[in-house]
Design a binder for this molecule. Structure first.
Ligand code: DAH
Length: 347
């Protein structure tokens, strides 16, 4: 075997060994450069053909060129094989295993006060009331005057008020203005409840500058105190889930006459624990103000007090939430503590 045949065969074997070891397109490219590049092994062999005696050149040239063809084809087919493998690997990397358990999304929940608001509204809707709402920025007329609280009347001191710079506007101090708005809008007879936010210049463990109330108003002919007692006692038993004793103490509100406050038996101790922290040992919890609508308020709502009368009440929803969930500091309701909120209000 002449020299060049041996050289060609050696290079063929060297290429075959290197090709067998290659395991990716990068290595194929390195092989191409090693054998076919400008300074590659085969390129150099072809370049040195000129140094052979003229009669050997054609055969040697043919042999080297044949090897070049083989190498080119082998590289080409290895390249498409790797391309396929790499595409499959990539596809595998990107594929999603639909049988894997998902990571899930935590459920959101209503804020305890909002939950209580829904519960309270549901009960009154069941008793035939509709839901009304009014603006949180009120005017002096609806928040005070129409409710029988004239300018400079000492009753204004019952509510520390946030006044706005624009004269005559304020953040409503109670939901009672919605009574007047509802009468003006719908006339009599009327049954509405008005839940919403109210504002007072107050802040301590049991008072927050923003809190929630629900107002109720019923206007009809021949309404009596017995009607309001029946209505509110059904409500109390529903919201606390069992019949509770109730009592009424006489009180004063400018917009009702007579005015009362309703107490219910302590939901925690039923009056049996003289050191109960919920009722402070009194056995009773004050839960709302109520009364028969004052004729002046009906007049503000353009309703004839000779023909119609009615009852109204106002309760703090935050207070009901505190009693329902056994909280002793109102502020946890407004601090945005995720652990408290996701517990559904149970500490
Ligand atoms: N508006 C009163 C307050 O915020 C609560 C109230 C008491 C509302 C008696 C009423 C009512 O409708 O009749 O303190």
């Amino acid at each position: 075997m002449s020299d060049h045949r041996q050289d060609v065969q050696q290079m063929r074997e060297a290429f075959a060994v290197a090709l067998a070891e290659a395991d990716g397109s990068d290595q194929l490219e390195a092989l191409r450069v090693r054998f076919l590049g400008k300074k590659g092994e085969l390129t150099s062999a072809l370049k040195s053909l000129g140094r052979l005696p003229a009669e050997e050149r054609p055969e040697a040239g043919a042999a080297w060129n044949a090897l070049r063809g083989e190498i080119e084809r082998a590289l080409e087919s290895a390249k498409s094989r790797f391309r396929l493998l790499e595409a499959e690997a990539e596809e595998h990397r990107q594929s999603v295993d639909v049988t894997q358990p998902g990571c899930g999304r935590p459920y959101g929940a209503f804020h305890p006060v909002v939950q209580v608001m829904h519960d309270v509204v549901d009960i009154f809707v069941g008793l035939g009331f509709s839901v009304a709402s009014g603006p949180e920025i009120e005017d002096d007329f609806h928040n005070f005057e129409a409710l029988n609280i004239p300018p400079h009347h000492p009753a204004r001191d019952m509510q520390d008020t946030f006044y706005l710079e624009r004269k005559g506007l304020l953040l409503r101090t109670h939901t009672s203005p919605v009574q007047v708005r509802s009468m003006l809008r719908h006339g009599a007879p009327l049954r509405v409840v008005c839940p919403g936010k109210v504002y007072r210049r107050d802040s301590d463990p049991t008072h927050s500058p923003m809190f929630h109330q629900l107002e109720g108003l019923l206007v009809d002919e021949d309404v009596s105190v017995a009607d309001i007692k029946g209505c509110l006692e059904v409500f109390v038993n529903e919201i606390f889930g069992r019949p509770l004793k109730a009592r009424y103490r006489s009180s004063f509100f400018p917009f009702t006459e007579p005015s009362m406050e309703m107490d219910v038996e302590c939901v925690a101790c039923s009056g049996r624990d003289s050191s109960c922290r919920i009722c402070k040992g009194t056995g009773w919890l004050e839960i709302m103000g109520l009364g028969m609508v004052h004729p002046n308020v009906l007049r503000s709502g353009r309703i004839d007090p000779e023909r119609y009368n009615g009852f109204a009440w106002g309760m703090g929803l935050d207070r009901i939430a505190m009693l329902k969930y056994g909280l002793n500091d109102l502020r946890v309701l407004f601090q945005g503590d995720a652990a408290f909120l996701s517990s559904g209000g149970v500490l």
